[in-house]
Design a protein around this ligand. Structure first.
Ligand code: DGJ
Length: 749
């Protein structure tokens, strides 16, 4: 018998057999039909596809179908089989717009030329591009009723395991559209509970961590400051699912916005208990008129999803930062002596020469001359005047900066200079010439902070001027190796005289774009100059800006105890190599606290070591200790600056705090342990180490020792233990006294 399933014909040879075979065939055919129907029920409807964005550990997936809404179906740990992302059926609008059926907060809100306030976005197409380690997925969405295209970009960094998301919008509406909401990213989590850690504070108390459970409603963290926009909060978050964030366990989504202007992060728990996270530039008072055929691009939101707690998040961000996020992330950062707390505005050539000589003698690699070196008609002898007049003050420095550069170089160290080129004192020659260059509302009293105002970087002429400040300083004083770029106020009374009346609300966005233009030009001409990002402390720290900068000044508060908390929060997102940490005098100028020199050094050595005090005022003994500490730092610098960070004991949970760095090849590690409060019977918590190779044996040495005192680490000095033991039993030594500190070097044999 020949049976054809398709043509349904049978050629019988014998009735009995025919009857028999026909029955069998019917059963087979019925079975086949059921099978086919079952496949059809499970298979995606025609044209539906799954777009998967993956790194080595994190994944994000969308369902896309021509003409339908794009749906986020998955966010979490990467699945072993790519095909299984298709099984994820439940989903959420991937980029909700205002005006459709959605009732939650919109990622995008557009008013069209005809006054229609609604937008609908449907999937149109997508493409994937691979460039080395980076896989970029572009998803194009269209509004079926208006000529508007929205492009979502996802840059997946395979090795460092982070994703950058941003959005572009472009249209062909002749009279233009107005954008009212323009998120960079929109992600939805679905868990039982959500715990948000935010990083906020103020001047001298930056990056304080606070965790709270999110319940129904919207929690917003934002900055409306325009400039110095991290003064009160950082655009960074940790979002832990189902329990509080922990260092080595739990599901955590962590994100940060790469943008120094006003920003907002919105966390909305809806009526079904799902959490929608939108982040981007702050749309507050910033509606944007977009002409046709012009691309509006948002800044990048950087995020990663870890199933092994916040430690993993940290190391991913750091690895990414060193490769992509900060300027020249692979070069060694120099130690330096800064004269700010040593002299403030009160110095002359002789004073500086003496400090330079001391800095070289102590072993520093660079001397950084801070504020106060410029201005003649209005000498910069205080913060009341002179900002904007960037010629060397003849009285203080009759031989110019060049003579100091030479002095430093002759002594074998480099020279760095402080600039605050975006700012101006009304009492300055620059203001007399260009009163229209400042940001202020017309017909309102000018509002100063620290007696200064902000130059209007929306204006291309002002951009040229700001670039020329840097350029001329560099050209007139060849040999300057380092620039500290300061920025000491935020926007109030915010208005640009340059922007046309109908575009005044663009100020907050255009200012940052103007700043980027200037920084692009600076970096094009001076690619090798080391630059420190400073904003009265940590008022401006983000990866939008850090791609131009080698390091940052996180706080004017140099009190080592406060620094432990400030640095603890900062390092969730930014690596120690870029975190300048300076030893300063006691009593501390801000807190008045008295902390031993060793503790101050041990805290600064856990990041990028520097000093902010007058060496001539040190005792010979302290100076000798400092000299030795600087050499000790050189011995561990690569571990600290290039190693992986592991947090061991949190200062928020324990009176003893500890962390460690491990080199990539796990050959070396350094452990920092600090006691923040005296414990009468001794604090003996085991430091259960992390990140070592369990099969390697490590020999322990205490470094930067206080030779005058017995060290409770002595019984372990020179001993060798396996990584396995150190990561299970731990490192056990007792600490007793307030501000006792230990630095332990581990070297694999
Ligand atoms: C604020 C900075 O944070 C300080 O380190 C110092 O540079 C002053 N500005 C100078 O005015």
């Amino acid at each position: 018998m020949n049976y054809c399933l398709l043509c349904d014909t049978v050629k019988p040879t014998n009735f009995a057999i025919l009857n028999n075979n026909t029955k069998t065939m019917r059963i087979i055919r019925l079975f086949s039909l059921f099978f086919l129907l079952a496949i059809l029920a499970l298979a995606p409807a025609s044209g539906q596809q799954t777009i998967v964005i993956e790194t080595s550990g994190t994944a994000l997936a969308f369902k896309a179908e021509q003409g339908k809404k794009l749906v986020q179906t998955y966010i979490g740990e990467r699945l072993m089989s790519k095909a299984e992302y298709e099984s994820a059926v439940a989903g959420f609008d991937a980029f909700p717009t205002f005006g459709g059926k959605a009732i939650g907060e919109a990622a995008l809100r557009v008013v069209h030329q005809d006054g229609n306030t609604s937008s609908e976005l449907v999937y149109d197409s997508h493409s994937v591009k691979t460039e080395g380690d980076i896989v970029t997925t572009q998803i194009n969405l269209l509004d079926p009723a208006y000529p508007v295209q929205v492009r979502l970009f996802f840059k997946a960094y395979q090795k460092s395991d982070v994703i950058e998301q941003y959005m572009e919008i472009e249209h062909a509406e002749k009279k233009g559209v107005t954008l009212y909401d323009f998120a960079s990213s929109y992600l939805t989590l679905s868990a039982q509970k959500y715990f948000l850690t935010e990083f906020h504070g103020d001047w001298a108390q930056e990056m304080q961590m606070q965790e709270q459970e999110l319940i129904y409603g919207t929690k917003k963290i934002e900055s409306r400051l325009g400039v110095r926009s991290n003064q009160y909060a950082h655009a960074c978050f940790l979002l832990s699912e189902n329990g509080k964030a922990a260092e080595q366990s739990g599901n955590v989504l962590a994100g940060q916005l790469e943008w120094p202007g006003s920003w907002e992060l919105r966390f909305e728990v809806d009526q079904l208990g799902d959490l929608h996270i939108a982040g981007g530039m702050n749309p507050y008072a910033s509606h944007y008129k977009l002409p046709q055929k012009t691309v509006f691009k948002t800044p990048q939101m950087l995020f990663t999803y870890s199933t092994s707690g916040t430690g993993t998040v940290t190391r991913r961000f750091h690895r990414w930062a060193k490769e992509y996020g900060i300027h020249m992330g692979d070069r060694t950062r120099m130690t330096l002596l800064n004269n700010w707390e040593a002299t403030y505005f009160k110095f002359d050539e002789e004073v500086l020469k003496r400090i330079i000589s001391d800095a070289a003698d102590m072993g520093f690699e660079l001397f950084l001359l801070d504020d106060g070196w410029f201005g003649n008609k209005y000498p910069r002898n205080s913060d009341h005047q002179g900002l904007g007049d960037w010629e060397t003050n003849h009285e203080k420095l009759p031989n110019g900066l060049g003579c100091l550069v030479k002095e430093a170089n002759d002594k074998g160290i480099q020279f760095g200079i402080w600039l605050e080129p975006e700012m101006i004192n009304p009492k300055s020659e620059l203001y007399e010439k260009h009163p229209d260059w400042v940001i202020t509302q017309p017909n309102r009293e000018i509002d100063t902070q620290r007696h200064q105002m902000i130059l209007d970087l929306c204006n291309p002429k002002v951009q040229d001027y700001v670039f020329s400040v840097v350029d001329q300083t560099m050209q007139q004083n060849p040999g300057i190796a380092y620039i500290k770029w300061d920025c000491n106020r935020f926007m109030t009374n915010a208005a640009s005289a340059y922007l046309k009346p109908e575009l005044k609300s663009h100020l907050f966005i255009e200012y940052t774009r103007g700043l980027y233009n200037v920084l692009d030009r600076v970096r094009e001409k001076y690619p090798d100059t080391h630059m420190m990002l400073c904003s009265g402390g940590g008022g401006r720290i983000d990866y939008g800006t850090l791609r131009y900068f080698d390091e940052f000044w996180i706080s004017d508060n140099t009190d080592a105890l406060d620094r432990i908390f400030i640095q603890w929060g900062t390092t969730y997102f930014f690596p120690a190599m870029a975190l300048a940490s300076h030893v300063s005098v006691v009593p501390n100028h801000i807190t008045k606290r008295i902390i031993p020199l060793k503790f101050r050094f041990d805290v600064a050595m856990s990041a990028k070591l520097g000093m902010d005090l007058q060496p001539k005022d040190m005792t010979a003994e302290d100076k000798q200790f400092a000299k030795n500490a600087i050499q000790e730092y050189y011995g561990i610098r690569d571990i600290v600056q290039q190693g992986d960070l592991y947090r061991l004991l949190s200062p928020y949970e324990s009176r003893r705090t500890a962390m460690m760095y491990v080199t990539e090849n796990k050959q070396k590690a350094v452990v920092f342990s600090y006691l923040l409060k005296k414990t009468i019977n001794g604090e003996k918590t085991s430091l259960v180490l992390q990140g070592l190779d369990p099969h390697k044996n490590y020999t322990l040495h205490e470094i930067n020792k206080d030779t005058k005192q017995y060290s409770w680490f002595s019984p372990l000095e020179g001993k060798t233990f396996s990584g396995d033991y150190l990561m299970k039993y731990g490192l056990r030594f007792t600490m007793y006294n307030e501000f006792d500190s230990k630095v332990i070097l581990l070297e694999a044999n």
